[in-house]
Unconditional design. Structure first.
Lengths: 306, 633
């Protein structure tokens, strides 16, 4: 009983500590961020305004709870690290009801072995629950890359203004998987402030940044990406622009036409493939100048440019 | 030195010239006779104070240069900052200045060139042997010649006096053993003999007037100055006054200067018995520059300064304390010659630059240049007593100059760089820390210098330099910008060395907050190594800053179940110790929890238990009133 009481007091104390730690992390990340609008929201959990259609896709646990002895799994999870603890973490994560989540969050807040932390953080990403933010943020600078990446994914899934600073800071992480998780989070949360770092990452060879840019795609961003012609490997550039081009809500056809022309300049199999995919994705009628131009470039390529 | 063979004409000349006879250096002479020394010194005519020796009354530097492949002798007028003359001539010794001529060993002869025009006035063919020393006063030029072929040992060494106007031999005195380069002043000539005696001769006749014997130290040099004559060895200097008749340094007017080990190549004066030092050499680049105050009292130094010339650098010391007062660094090239002229140190660089440095302050007082057409200066001699140009330099920034020395790429100066860092360690200049950090960042900093910088940064424990340390710690690893923090462990150690910053009134509260945040950033950094983490934890604990406990609690909980963390006992121990030392009951509870919880790696749990036990034994837990302290089961 004494130990249980102590554990509970530790959990409470940890949550308080985590809040303090996050203050520091946020302040640090804000230094690098052009936007500082989260500065005044230190301990405030404010729901972000509804993300666009691209932000959709959050996992939903609608199935019936799997029968599980949560207390027993908790005991295994909080025991020595090993297969039993891993199995317990997975079982509790799959269960996904409030009780199981509470157990997982408590365990995470008081410290888990890296392999367990990664499992639990992955399940938090599926919940997208703002309440999990603080605990997930504890792990955003963990020394293990897999844990860090899982933490950033979990944080990126939370609609919380506090998440922004952590996600933006993670874009500068030396480990590629963490940057990839952060890039995806920027796209998911449509953080415009993240486009500059994404462009830099894209230029430095981060493919995940290209995918994120494609998801964020708008005419201005397409132009900025197009200007990286020569600075980024052509296949990466073509893939990014092609994805933008096919985006349903990308922008007016004049902007698509610009992308088509840029892909025409890039040339090569990858660019042609992107144009072909675009032509295939758009109905012939009503006629779109961008589609016609894309078709013309494809045809010219087939005829050897004659 | 060139071996000079006798000619028939010279032999005849030698017979015509006066001979001082064999008594000048007689071993049988009586040593350390005060009455004889008193009489000899009374005979000396003191030179006019503050005046150069040359008849022009100008402050001159005579220099030897290699210009377009030819050896050139030139005279530079410091007063007008112009070259007075230059001639091409072989030079095989130092230049020595008399009133009418500047003399030196040329090609197979001693030559005298007019001080005003540089025209050769006389050429003195040496009878036999090799010249091993040369000196001059107003009227005479003296040289020491060693004749290795002489049949009698007593004739192998001779001191010869020439009339400086004509080059005519005035007298010569054979010696029973090696005689060193003499000094001449006021009509007397002072000649070291066999490193044991200093023989005082009448400059006109060569007659011995007195003889001193060093009873406890060798006599390896003798030096004249406008104030007095001094002699000594590498262990110190003795003024040639009546007390010198004791033969003992403790009963003489004696002084020794302590210089840092790194500068101990510097010497009081050129070794009179080393033939290499008869010519310009590397010995001219490592010198102690000193002038003693005139008078009968204790030997004290003009302007309370002794200056060490080491290659391109000049260090002005207060000899009474040994403290560095100023430092001057000559840009790019070595100073190949330097002279203490009373108020100013004159220097000449290999590139032909002529400089003047204030003896008291180190401020630059003169800048001139000799056009060498791409050639180099080999050596120089000053005849510029009393030269005192107006200052044309600003205040000396000792810290900045020392930093420039440390940054210098010349590998010869490693010892000097390390010494400069030693001095910087003791300086409270707030800019020093920033400079050291910049050096630490430099990729070309030599390993030993790098290590010394680390030692200095930690050793300074200077809170005035805290801000640049914090600024450096605020840098995070960034893939985007390529930035990375610098030597985090070193910075943390430097901060830990400052001790309790929390209660310090001289550290701004905002800076304290920045320090805490910066240390936490680095503690949490995934790139921090275990050693760095341990150093950061110790720094957090040492500073005693408010709120250090929260990040430490977080750190311990986050990694206690991590097998990798468990392998680094120093980090675990540092973290647990800091929590127990700086925390309260809640932190003891936390450590107890960590010790007991099943998730904790065994190594971490063991450390926690050990620390708790040690804590209990050293300081029994006292619960605050109204609160029961729980203890681990």
């Amino acid at each position: 009983m004494l130990f249980l009481a102590r554990t509970m007091s530790i959990v409470v104390a940890v949550v308080v500590a985590v809040v303090g730690v996050l203050d520091g992390a946020r302040a640090s990340a804000q230094g690098a961020s052009a936007r500082k609008q989260t500065a005044g929201a230190n301990k405030e959990t404010r729901p972000r305004k509804a993300a666009g259609p691209k932000a959709a896709g959050k996992a939903v646990h609608s199935s019936k709870p799997i029968p599980l002895d949560v207390d027993a799994e908790r005991a295994r999870l909080l025991g020595p690290a090993g297969e039993g603890a891993v199995a317990a973490a997975r079982a509790l994560a799959e269960r996904g009801d409030p009780r199981a989540r509470e157990v997982l969050l408590d365990a995470l807040a008081t410290g888990l072995a890296p392999e367990l932390a990664a499992i639990v953080l992955a399940s938090i990403a599926d919940w997208g629950n703002p309440a999990a933010f603080e605990v997930a943020a504890m792990y955003a600078k963990h020394r293990h890359v897999a844990v860090r990446a899982a933490a950033v994914r979990a944080i990126g899934a939370v609609d919380d203004l506090r998440a922004e600073a952590v996600v933006l800071a993670a874009l500068a992480d030396p480990a590629q998987p963490v940057r990839a998780a952060a890039s995806a989070a920027v796209a998911r949360q449509r953080l415009r402030v993240g486009t500059e770092p994404l462009l830099t990452l894209f230029q430095r060879g981060d493919e995940a940044a290209g995918q994120a840019l494609a998801e964020l795609g708008d005419p201005d961003l397409a132009k900025a990406v197009g200007e990286l012609f020569g600075a980024v490997p052509n296949p990466h550039l073509a893939a990014c622009l092609g994805a933008m081009l096919r985006g349903a809500d990308f922008g007016p056809d004049t902007a698509r036409l610009e992308i088509v022309r840029t892909l025409g300049r890039i040339g090569g199999d990858e660019a042609t493939q992107e144009l072909t995919m675009y032509v295939a994705s758009v109905p012939e009628r009503p006629a779109r100048p961008s589609r016609q131009e894309a078709q013309a470039i494809i045809d010219a390529g087939r005829s050897g440019g004659k | 030195m060139k071996q000079v063979r006798p000619t028939r004409g010279l032999v005849v000349l030698a017979l015509v010239a006066g001979c001082a006879g064999s008594n000048s250096f007689s071993i049988a002479a009586q040593d350390n006779r005060p009455e004889r020394l008193r009489a000899a010194l009374a005979q000396a005519v003191a030179p006019a104070p503050g005046s150069p020796r040359n008849r022009l009354g100008k402050h001159l530097i005579y220099a030897v240069a290699a210009v377009k492949g030819k050896t050139t002798v030139l005279a530079y007028d410091l007063d007008s900052a112009t070259e007075l003359w230059r001639v091409t001539s072989a030079v095989n010794s130092r230049l020595v200045a008399a009133r009418e001529v500047v003399a030196f060993v040329g090609e197979r002869a001693l030559v005298g060139h007019d001080v005003a025009s540089g025209v050769a006035r006389w050429n003195h063919r040496v009878e036999r042997g090799e010249i091993t020393g040369i000196a001059a006063d107003d009227q005479r030029v003296y040289y020491v010649v060693q004749d290795k072929r002489a049949s009698r040992a007593a004739e192998r060494w001779r001191l010869v006096a020439l009339d400086a106007r004509s080059g005519r031999t005035l007298w010569q005195a054979p010696a029973p053993g090696q005689i060193g380069t003499p000094a001449a002043r006021g009509g007397l000539v002072f000649s070291p003999l066999l490193k044991q005696w200093l023989v005082i001769l009448d400059g006109k006749t060569g007659k011995q007037l007195a003889r001193l014997r060093g009873l406890d130290r060798e006599i390896s040099f003798v030096r004249d100055s406008p104030e007095d004559v001094y002699f000594g060895s590498s262990r110190g200097i003795v003024r040639l006054d009546l007390r010198a008749a004791s033969g003992r340094s403790d009963q003489s007017t004696f002084a020794a200067v302590d210089v840092p080990q790194a500068l101990n190549r510097a010497h009081y004066h050129w070794d009179a018995f080393d033939p290499i030092q008869t010519s310009y050499s590397a010995y001219d680049r490592n010198r102690l520059l000193w002038r003693a105050e005139a008078g009968d009292g204790p030997l004290t130094f003009i302007a309370k300064r002794v200056v060490v010339h080491a290659f391109r650098f000049f260090f002005g010391f207060d000899p009474s304390t040994g403290q560095l007062a100023w430092v001057y660094g000559h840009p790019r090239v070595d100073a190949i010659a330097s002279c203490h002229l009373g108020k100013v140190i004159a220097l000449a660089s290999a590139a032909g630059e002529i400089g003047g440095i204030d003896v008291a302050t180190g401020a630059r007082r003169f800048q001139g240049r000799v056009d060498l057409a791409g050639g180099t200066l080999r050596g120089a001699t000053c005849d510029a007593e009393g030269w005192a140009p107006a200052s044309n330099g600003g205040e000396v920034d000792v810290a900045a100059t020392l930093m420039a020395i440390v940054r210098d790429r010349d590998a010869r100066f490693l010892d000097i760089k390390l010494y400069a860092l030693d001095v910087l360690e003791r300086m409270s200049d707030s800019a020093v820390t920033g400079h050291l950090l910049a050096l630490l960042r430099g990729k070309k900093t030599a390993r030993k210098v790098h290590d010394k910088i680390v030692e200095v940064l930690v050793g300074r424990a200077d809170r005035a330099g805290l801000e640049p340390l914090v600024k450096e710690l605020e840098v995070e690893h960034s893939f985007l910008t390529g930035e990375a923090p610098l030597a985090v462990g070193v910075l943390a150690r430097a901060i830990a060395a400052m001790g309790d910053i929390n209660t310090s009134q001289d550290v701004d509260p905002a800076l304290k907050k920045r320090l805490l945040d910066a240390l936490v950033i680095q503690l949490q950094s995934p790139q921090a190594t275990p050693d760095q983490q341990a150093a950061i934890v110790r720094a957090l604990s040492a500073t005693g800053l408010a709120d250090i406990v929260r990040p430490l609690r977080h750190f311990l909980l986050l990694y206690r179940a991590d097998p990798e963390f468990a392998r680094h006992g120093t980090v675990i121990a540092a973290t647990i110790d800091a929590l127990l030392h700086r925390g309260g009951i809640a932190e003891r509870e936390l450590v107890a929890f960590v010790a007991e919880d099943g998730r904790t790696r065994p190594q971490v749990a063991d450390q926690a238990r050990i620390a708790l036990r040690a804590r209990r034994e050293s300081e029994p837990l006292a619960a605050p009133p109204g609160q029961s302290a729980s203890t681990p089961d």
